[in-house]
Design a protein around this ligand. Sequence first.
Ligand code: FES
Ligand code: FES
Length: 168
Amino acid sequence: MAIRINGTETRAPADPRVSLLDLLRETLHLTGTKKGCNQGACGACTVLADGERILSCLALAVQFEGRSITTIEGLAGQDGMHPLQLAFIEHDGFQCGYCTPGQICSAVGMAAELARGAPSAVTTDLGAATVRFTGEEARERMSGNLCRCGAHNGIIAAITQTYAGAAL
Ligand code: FES
Ligand code: FES
């Protein structure tokens, strides 16, 4: 069974030990997804699997046969960049850019979590159908994505512009 990556059916690697991150970068040359720590600690490798954010360095590619992966290269639509990509530019949400693809994919996944009411450690109403966007929620939910350049204020500003008040 194939893995659908940014809309294209891709054969899973024959070697079951290959991580999704290595399949993306080394085989498919989708180098937007970054390898930072390669052990689940930095968030640089975050991609979306059927809309849920995952760490591709901790995922075996073969686990995703029959599923749909979206990387930073697949986020833009026919009309151009994703609104969050534009907001990152507007708010200087990056310096070197190494963490940026992971930050953006993670924030897209975070918005989906809010929309379906998935609580975080700071959510007070655990029974709500949707979780309201707040700065505290955004900081908590984005805490797994590290930025060594210290662009976190711009990152949160971009995410806030895109998702605060939006119908998630
Ligand atoms: S490279 Fe995957 S979390 Fe750091
Ligand atoms: S922009 Fe350099 S690590 Fe975040």
